[in-house]
Design a protein around this ligand. Sequence first.
Ligand code: TRP
Length: 450
Amino acid sequence: MSAVRGEFSSRFGFIMAAAGSAVGLGNIWGFPTQTASNGGAAFLVAYLVLAFCLAYPALMAELTIGRHGQANAVTSLRKISNDGWQKHFAFVVGFGGIICAGLILSFYAIVAGWMISATLEPVATLAGSQTASTWLSEQSLSRDLLFTAGFIILTVAIISKGVENGIEKWSKRLMPALLSILFALIIYVMMQDGAMTGLKAYLVPDFSSILDPELLVSALGQAFFSLSLGTSVMIIYGSYISKKENLVSLGAYVTLIDVFIAFVAGLLIIPAMYVAQAQGVEIFSATGELLSEDTLVFQVLPALFDGMGTIGLFVGFAFFALMSIAALTSSISMLEAPVSYAVERFSLNRLSATWLIGAIIAVVSFTIILNFGTLFGFVIALTTKFGQPLLGLMCCLFVGWIWYRNSLLTEIQQGCPEVANGIFWKIWPWYIKFICPIAIGLVFVSSLLG
Ligand code: TRP
């Protein structure tokens, strides 16, 4: 065990860090494009319901396990296990989550690398270097390897500084920057022709598709990915929350911020697509479907920025800087999962553990880049379609069926003494025991069949 465990120094610091983990490419890229291709506001409604009814209770399960355990995911889950068999199960769930977080980071870093190169591209153009700008905008092995490595190094540099001076400090700086860029871009896009058509497509629901199983599967998957569930990340972040804090409201804030930012990102991306269309850029395929996600972000939006002339360079820079920042506050949470385990389990010092694990993840990322066609989609499906829902479900089983109810209540009462009489405690334990596992299981099975 390391001598002194880190802890978030303030409530604001925790909220920024956990919201920073939650708010990422999933919100700013995944959510709007999924909404656009799944019936607009109908998807939004399904997402809101599922995020609050299933993802929030599951988030609370993970945060509570972590704060009670005051340790990495494996140790925290073991602390609530009562016999040898359960302790094995704890290892499988905790360690599985750590591997899942590492794998997510390995593909996330590739996408984040694209975002950083897209941020630098307008800078190169402004500086007058056409060669550099072409290299930055065209897919190539050298570009992908370099920027993926660069992004991992950035993540490692923050995580090696620990909880308060690394995660918390940088989340507190980056999250407000992200919000300001987001709002500035929305104001700009709303003033362009075509934006209102996009706004309508986003906000007027087509309810005929709301009970479509495929829509529900995508919405739940999106909610789980977005709240970083099932990967032990929220267990770790929970373990850095002080016992004086009210977990119930902290979890609610994080969920609210995450959902809010996804919603607001939709106000930017979807109108921006229609603005691009108004300028003659294709956004629908010949069959009338929306172009796929990466085409939208890496072709439609840049085409839009190009059409704006010089100001487009600044808008493009701001947009991709926003994406890169969102990716960074998320990736630090993914790296913290394996690092905290290595530090506590093998008594490594934080600096070497971080570099070592960063190097392993870089090797995995490079392998994916070198076998992009076969591995990229596979790793995404493996972690987000299987890993996250299954591990998230198991965390609910831990809290609902294995953890003694009195001890669970005692944990939540710290920082929230009145909880036993409130609505949360009337609903949540029962919910986490039955509703969450069944609903997550159902959605999981239908995603396998679908
Ligand atoms: N929630 C982030 C997003 O929306 C991604 C993320 C961060 C994540 N940490 C995670 C996903 C851990 C799964 C597991 O982009």
